[in-house]
Design a binder for this molecule. Structure first.
Ligand SMILES: [Zn+2]
Ligand SMILES: [Zn+2]
Ligand SMILES: [Zn+2]
Length: 173
């Protein structure tokens, strides 16, 4: 698979239009923040992005990064996501298929997934309650495969330990 060097022309155009509509000026700092954000692929907090930007231009302050991320969100280029650790993360939003997240509470790994069945079920539930669904963010918390494997090998190292007893809860329907 060849990875083409993207130039993000369309994204830059959208951002410029949004800035002009908001009555703001196009600045070299905002351009650089957009450029670096588009080059990232992870879920980043504004703090994370700030450190990336520091490497290229140390004169850009955290507040500028934060405000620019807000602009990117308004323009539809970024999306805010929360994983339950109290921080706000940002990910690419433009031209990206909808997806939801699984978050490992041990190591913080974030798995992106999409399930047409789950999406349909959510629609169905909303309809059932006469609820007009506008958007959703599904967050599944748990322990990733790698952390489970680590935990298992830890248990094996302690022979004689009592096996964990799982009590099945009875859910009445
Ligand atoms: Zn979803
Ligand atoms: Zn993990
Ligand atoms: Zn994501």
């Amino acid at each position: 698979m060849t990875v083409k060097e993207k130039d993000f022309q369309k994204e830059k155009q959208i951002f410029l239009e949004h800035i002009q509509k908001s009555g703001l000026r196009r600045t070299a700092q905002r351009d650089l923040i957009l450029e670096i954000f588009l080059r990232t692929e992870e879920h980043l907090s504004s703090e994370d992005l700030y450190w990336f930007i520091q490497k290229e231009d140390s004169s850009i302050g955290h507040t500028t990064v934060y405000r620019t991320l807000k602009l990117l969100t308004e323009a539809g280029l970024a999306r805010e996501v929360r994983f339950g650790d109290g921080k706000t993360y940002y990910e690419h939003h433009y031209n990206l298929e909808h997806h939801d997240h699984m978050i490992c509470t041990e190591c913080g790994e974030v798995i992106e997934f999409f399930s047409a069945e789950l999406e349909a079920l959510q629609e169905l539930m909303a309809n059932k309650f006469g609820f007009k669904l506008t958007h959703h963010s599904l967050r599944i918390l748990g322990v990733c495969a790698e952390c489970q494997a680590k935990e298992n090998s830890l248990h094996r190292a302690a022979p004689g330990a009592q096996p964990k007893i799982r009590v099945k809860s009875v859910v009445s329907v």
